[in-house]
Design a protein around this ligand. Structure first.
Ligand SMILES: [Zn+2]
Length: 333
């Protein structure tokens, strides 16, 4: 399959609505969203593609449709032959543990395509991932340090590395002459802060929030994916009840990177979003729920359990930095 075709299909998967997931109903729903001449796959090949995307952890089945992994979502949106396209495809490839293990040991060697899932092979060759020499294809060496980060961070359970998010911010952001505010405000102390600011040095956040729409969609999408489409405190799952809540409020952010970093967010229902936003609740550095004095005798009413703890997979180094900010500046105690 050609890269452009694949990207077109991903856009359709992202928007596809179906409440039945047999191969036939998904194919029918897909057909209704595409011109027949654009569908170059047979029904059987289509099913293989869908099975592959699910097995490689790049697509998840929801109640009434599909959820693309963040890297594939970025890949579908990226422009032709851009570095963003190549990096997001690389990240999509290593969603599967076996592929990640292969890249960890062979990062600096000529790539044997045998280790890449068959469906990705023709697509990967169409991206900037490779420097083509006469006989072999090798990774573009100057990008190796970024790959290393992605590999390490994926291992730690991060959705994508902070530096990669800086790349995403840089490329998804419309570079117009804009008005910024908060240009003097500090950024949280990221582990790779210097490198991140090398990639995207712009200080402040735009006065007009609408101009960062693509990034806001990405922020939302990351959090829905990470928290499995439900409130991380009470598991309420009706989509219209859910809010992607900033931990360090957007109004306090000193750089667009931290405003758009999903580690600076939690997925909460409207009730718990309000309590968190207003500082009635917070989380300690292990992820235990903190409840302010005022609500101590009203825990049941607000569905707050004393011993509740955020799952450790959400407690990566960057999210801990943002929660520390919340405890110090927002939490009422
Ligand atoms: Zn809730």
């Amino acid at each position: 399959m050609k890269k452009s075709q694949f990207k077109k299909y991903l856009h359709i998967f992202d928007k596809l609505e179906t409440d039945s997931f047999t191969h036939n109903t998904v194919f029918e729903a897909f057909l209704s969203c595409i011109n027949e001449k654009d569908l170059i796959l047979s029904k059987k090949e289509f099913h293989q593609l869908l099975d592959f995307l699910i097995a490689s952890k790049n697509i998840k089945i929801l109640e009434n449709g599909f959820d693309l992994s963040q890297p594939l979502y970025i890949f579908a949106k990226s422009s032709h032959d851009s570095k963003l396209e190549a990096l997001s495809l690389f990240e999509a490839l290593i969603q599967k543990e076996e592929t990640r293990a292969y890249f960890k040991t062979h990062l600096n060697e000529p790539l044997s395509l045998r280790f890449i899932d068959e469906e990705f092979r023709p697509i990967i060759l169409e991206t900037l991932l490779f420097k083509k020499t006469d006989h072999v294809r090798i990774f573009e060496p100057k990008w190796l340090y970024e790959y290393q980060w992605i590999l390490e961070d994926t291992e730690k359970g991060l959705n994508c590395s902070d530096c990669l998010k800086a790349c995403y911010t840089h490329d998804l952001y419309s570079h117009q002459k804009l008005q910024y505010r908060n240009e003097g405000s500090p950024i949280v102390n990221y582990q790779h802060l210097e490198d991140m600011l090398d990639i995207f040095p712009q200080k402040g956040v735009p006065v007009d929030r609408d101009c960062s729409k693509d990034l806001q969609v990405f922020f939302k999408d990351c959090l829905f994916n990470e928290f499995h489409h439900s409130c991380c405190i009470c598991q309420a799952a009706l989509p219209h009840m859910l809010i992607t809540s900033h931990i360090k409020p957007f109004r306090d952010c000193g750089y667009l990177i931290e405003a758009m970093d999903s580690n600076n967010g939690l997925l909460l229902c409207r009730n718990h979003d309000y309590l968190f936003d207003q500082g009635y609740i917070s989380f300690d550095e292990q992820g235990h729920l903190l409840i302010c004095d005022e609500l101590q005798d009203k825990k049941e009413i607000y569905q707050l359990k004393e011993n509740f703890k955020l799952d450790h997979t959400h407690m990566n180094a960057s999210r801990k930095l943002f929660l520390e900010y919340h405890r110090h500046h927002i939490y009422k105690k």
